[in-house]
Design a protein around this ligand. Structure first.
Ligand code: SF4
Ligand code: SF4
Length: 247
């Protein structure tokens, strides 16, 4: 049996070319993309009624609420080609003719160095967002080559990454983690749960959304978001743009 070194040489480099090439269909499947009406000028009433989280309105789709359930696809909607799912302001997650324009290029939040250290807190997730977040550190996405590292202490962190919909029990722990991070610091809300409550938004026992508890700097839509979107969000903290804009 060949050694792992021989196998690695035979396979060649498998690490994604992100951020120097656009994300492939395999890296961002359809459900990682934003839904919208096939005919941009028309939002069928049946699509509005089909959405279980109230994400669809007459002139907008709130990507921060969308849980990618695909129920609207049979009612004149489709998942779009765009993989953009990162925003600096909550309102920017709305797409469609009634949406506010988004900034073409992210502005650095603060004078971060070339590396960013990330502290992850799960305030009540289904675990899918956790898996996608941890995926950025695997050999394929290899976040370390971009200067992005996980840390086990908030005192060593620059970025607080939050997954899940905030529960009463996790309110104080996430606030303590935020307070322990030295300035400058940024908060990234990953997935529909911390952004809007997602599938659990109507649960009266929750204390979300996250921006009612902490100042959120970057929002990543999706349920769950893809690793590419999560990398986009962390890079946006330091003002680094999408690959196509950097090429
Ligand atoms: S995919 Fe589901 S949650 Fe998203 S807009 Fe369509 S119906 Fe609503
Ligand atoms: S956003 Fe979706 S995938 Fe992420 S924790 Fe919530 S329910 Fe799970």
């Amino acid at each position: 049996m060949p050694s792992w070194i021989e196998q690695s040489i035979a396979r060649g480099i498998l690490t994604t070319r992100y951020p120097h090439a656009p994300a492939s269909d395999a890296e961002v499947p359809l459900t990682g993309r934003a839904p919208g009406p096939k005919d941009p000028g028309t939002t069928p009433r049946s699509a509005i009624d089909s959405c279980p989280v109230g994400a669809i309105a007459a002139t907008t789709v709130d990507q921060g609420k969308c849980i990618r359930c695909a129920r609207c696809l049979a009612r004149g909607f489709a998942f779009a080609g765009s993989v953009e799912s990162v925003a600096r302001a909550r309102a920017e997650l709305k797409t469609g003719p009634g949406a506010v324009p988004t900034a073409a290029r992210p502005v650095p939040l603060a004078e971060f160095g070339r590396s960013l250290h990330v502290f992850l807190v799960d305030v009540g997730s289904c675990n899918a967002c956790n898996l996608e977040v941890l995926g950025i550190a695997n050999p394929f996405y290899d976040s370390q080559r971009l200067g992005i590292f996980f840390t086990n202490s908030p005192r060593h962190a620059d970025v607080l990454l939050v997954v899940g919909v905030p529960t009463p029990e996790m309110r104080e722990p996430v606030l303590r983690a935020y307070d322990a991070i030295p300035a400058p610091k940024a908060v990234v809300a990953v997935g529909a749960c911390p952004i809007s409550g997602g599938a659990f938004a109507r649960n009266p026992g929750l204390v979300g959304p996250l921006d009612g508890i902490l100042p959120v700097d970057v929002y990543v839509a999706g349920c769950p978001p893809t690793p590419v979107a999560i990398l986009d969000a962390i890079r946006a903290v330091a003002g680094r743009a999408r690959p196509a804009e950097e090429a």
